[in-house]
Unconditional design. Sequence first.
Length: 143
Amino acid sequence: MVEDLLETVEDFLSKRGWRPVIECVIPAPPSIDRSSQPVVLLAQGLAKRLGVSIYVDAMRKIEKTPSMKNVDDWYERQRILGKAIQIGKDDVTGKSILLLDDLIQSGATLRRAAEVLLNDGKAKTIYALVLTRTRYWKPEIAT
């Protein structure tokens, strides 16, 4: 199944007209601790297929977070992720990055990851690619 996903992603990037110039693939920080992280495995396979580096340690989570799909309030997502996701030890200065995530709902994780990589990591460019979208999300925004 992983190979099928990678083939589809590679086809999308290479043959469908969207071939951004990227120097590395970075997986989005996962919400759940697992011995084997699906998004990391996909990022590793994609980097290999594209012939670019993978930077697994470009970002780090300094504290555990709930799964963002279970946090309905958009501002709460931003608060949680703002504290949790920080720059890691891999140097991304001046790099053009493909930020890969397996799931998107509101975009809060990708937004924070891109912010960290651009502002703190001094990356040149971020392209985001997500494999699937979760259930419909209607944000609850306090007024």
